[in-house]
Design a protein around this ligand. Structure first.
Ligand code: FES
Ligand SMILES: [Fe+2]
Length: 382
């Protein structure tokens, strides 16, 4: 029997929870991290995607980051193949210049015609916490919703932190399930990022799933040697799918934030920020709080030798989960964890709500002006 199946169903024709979660997108009306600020210098361009939409993000000579659709207004060549000149993104073919608002300037002969007013879509951009965020949805909402606040990374004494970024060949829901479900500790048995996995509670609210575990994090031999434990530590982790973000807090000392970028149906970029209380790290034989440069160096070490290899295991396995899904999406996949189910439900609920809102606003836009919507209470024309 061949081990292939027809392509997985789309969201509308999905027959069960897992199929719906794997076909869902993410609501574009939020801020999404696309990369590290330090990876985009002046004059550089970054090609990125949000749910199949190609986007070019570039930093002008003035240091400001801009984002436009990745399509030249002339013949639709990818602008990310071009170059940044001053504060504009220039197409490599005829040199048409696109500014951060999407306005186009044609630099060559116009054959006696007035220069046409052309425009491509631009997207709101913000930089915070060392990351670049774009708002791919309705730009009117970009001022209503903000990048989530991480107070520990602000102010004069921010917590030492490490950013870990991966491109992953798997639907974003696989990643969110991975970070929520500690039963996959087997995969990480070499690094032991957590010890114990007792699920104390899982509760769903409107846009949020809260999960509490009794677990000791950073339990591996290497990590444990550098994390300062206190007698008051309870080894309690609160983990939250705070749509569309994910974060955790262990004993108010070890925390993370996860930003997921759904590039398309089969791939995502995800960016973790791990941060520890400044007094939460130790060096054997060194008493008291460590100086900030030492903390920074220790976080860089942890990123290189623990976090990246550990999370690389997840990226590897999610690529294989995607292959398995593409081939066997019609076969049963017994799900034991209530956390995974709750995460899938939130993903599905939010995507359905987005689709419903979109359909309503498209229908409203189609209606002739001045005529009310037909409905059960609409008056019959006289
Ligand atoms: S195709 Fe881009 S300038 Fe002509
Ligand atoms: Fe993992």
């Amino acid at each position: 029997m061949p081990d292939t199946a027809p392509p997985p169903p789309d969201f509308a024709s999905a027959r069960n929870r897992r199929q719906r979660a794997r076909a869902a997108g993410m609501d574009p009306n939020y801020w999404y991290a696309v990369g590290r600020s330090s990876d985009l210098r002046r004059g550089q361009v970054l090609a990125t995607r949000f749910w199949g939409q190609d986007i070019a993000v570039f930093r002008g000579d003035d240091g400001r980051v801009r984002a436009v659709e990745d399509r030249c207004a002339h013949r639709h060549i990818k602008l990310s193949k071009g170059e940044v000149v001053g504060c504009k993104l220039v197409c490599p073919y005829h040199g048409w210049e696109h500014d951060g608002d999407g306005n186009v300037k044609i630099p060559h002969e116009l054959f006696g015609r007035p220069e046409p007013k052309l425009r491509i879509q631009s997207l709101p951009v913000k930089e915070r916490y060392g990351l670049i965020f774009i708002f791919p949805g309705d730009r009117a909402l970009a001022t209503v919703r903000d990048v989530p606040t991480i107070p520990e990374l602000e102010g004069d004494d921010p917590w030492p932190h490490a950013i870990v970024q991966f491109d992953c060949e798997g639907h974003f829901s696989m990643l969110l399930e991975n970070v929520s479900d500690f039963t996959h500790g087997f995969l990480h048995r070499k690094y032991q990022p957590f010890y114990g996995q007792d699920l104390l509670r899982v509760e769903s609210y409107d846009d949020r799933v809260e999960v509490e575990y009794a677990t000791k994090v950073a339990a591996g031999r290497l990590q444990n040697a550098f994390v300062r434990r206190l007698p008051t530590d309870r080894n309690r982790m609160l983990a939250c799918y705070d749509y569309p973000y994910h974060w955790s807090n262990t004993d108010d000392r070890i925390k993370h934030f996860l930003f997921t970028l759904p590039r398309d149906e089969r791939s995502n970029r995800h960016i973790f920020i791990f941060y520890l209380r400044p007094d939460g790290m130790k060096l054997p034989g060194v008493p008291g709080r460590l100086p900030r440069p030492v903390l920074r160096a220790m976080m860089a070490f942890a990123r290189r030798f623990t976090l990246e290899p550990l999370l690389g295991q997840d990226v590897w396995v999610l690529g294989h989960e995607q292959v398995g899904w593409d081939r066997h999406h019609d076969k049963p996949a017994p799900e034991l964890s209530p956390v995974v189910k709750a995460f899938q439900d939130l993903t599905i609920r939010k995507w359905q709500a987005y689709l419903d809102t979109k359909a309503r606003s498209e229908a409203a836009a189609m209606r002739p002006r001045g005529r009310p919507a037909a409905g059960p209470c609409a008056e019959a024309p006289s």
